[in-house]
Design a protein. Structure first.
Length: 255
């Protein structure tokens, strides 16, 4: 039980990496607040945890709204009396929005969810972690935190790599600020992973093959593989890690 007696908030918990992380954390003893803008998805994840004998509550919320981010944290405190872990997994890509969306609106929305949402959740979680004597924040970056999209896939105006690069720099800056308060802040860098977020890419056989070829291991990642890395970063096993970027990318960024 690597997270016994810990309270964890996982955003983006309705599906993909967030869902896998919430389920795994509960399996290892954490009380999990499963949060997502998708109410039904959050409820489904929390119910699955409870069915497996774990402890969880669903808390729907929009991480881009400061009041809602504060409410997510507040409900964790009301339910479990403290907060030790935050996993910022909520995220979108340009493909998450209608194809007719104006490019400037796409830019604003992707940055808002991926970067501002990460900031707001951390902003409201940190005081509670201080009261608990410390904690661990795990931010979901991407391989695109450190490399750009291949030009054959996306234009340089795509906001996703920009948002994830920002998440990495935010992680580093916050880690330095919080080190003396025993709050560790780290960033995961998943490669392309089999989630609903990437389904619009992988449904195209030619595109999927192109993506797989760019990963030396020749395949996409699985949400559970990223969740296990998040578990390590959230647990005391990584107690001397802060400000770190951990790629989980099948060798993509080693090239």
């Amino acid at each position: 039980m690597r997270l016994k007696n810990k309270v964890a908030i996982v955003t983006g918990a309705a599906s993909g990496i967030g869902e896998a992380t919430a389920l795994l954390f509960a399996e290892h003893g954490a009380s999990v607040v499963a949060s997502d803008i998708d109410r039904e998805g959050a409820e489904k994840t929390a119910a699955a945890i409870v069915e497996r004998g774990g402890e969880s509550i669903p808390v729907p919320g929009d991480v881009t709204d400061s009041g809602e981010a504060q409410s997510i944290v507040g409900k964790a405190i009301d339910a479990y009396g403290g907060l030790h872990i935050l996993v910022n997994s909520a995220g979108i890509t340009a493909r998450s929005l209608p194809p007719t969306t104006h490019p400037e609106e796409v830019w604003d929305r992707v940055i808002e969810v991926n970067l501002k949402g990460t900031y707001l959740m951390a902003l409201h979680a940190v005081p509670e972690m201080e009261r608990a004597g410390g904690g661990s924040i795990v931010n979901l970056g991407s391989i695109m935190s450190v490399v750009g999209y291949p030009p054959s896939w996306k234009s340089g105006f795509n906001p996703y790599p920009v948002s994830k690069g920002g998440v990495l720099q935010f992680t580093r800056n916050l880690a330095i600020d919080m080190a003396a308060k025993n709050i560790r802040v780290n960033c995961l860098g998943p490669g392309f992973t089999e989630t609903p977020l990437t389904s619009s890419l992988t449904e195209d056989a030619e595109m999927k093959a192109s993506i797989e070829e760019r990963h030396p291991m020749g395949r996409l990642g699985k949400p559970e593989e990223v969740a296990y890395a998040a578990l390590f970063m959230a647990s005391d096993e990584s107690s001397f890690m802060t400000g770190s970027y951990l790629p989980v990318d099948g060798g993509y960024t080693a090239q």
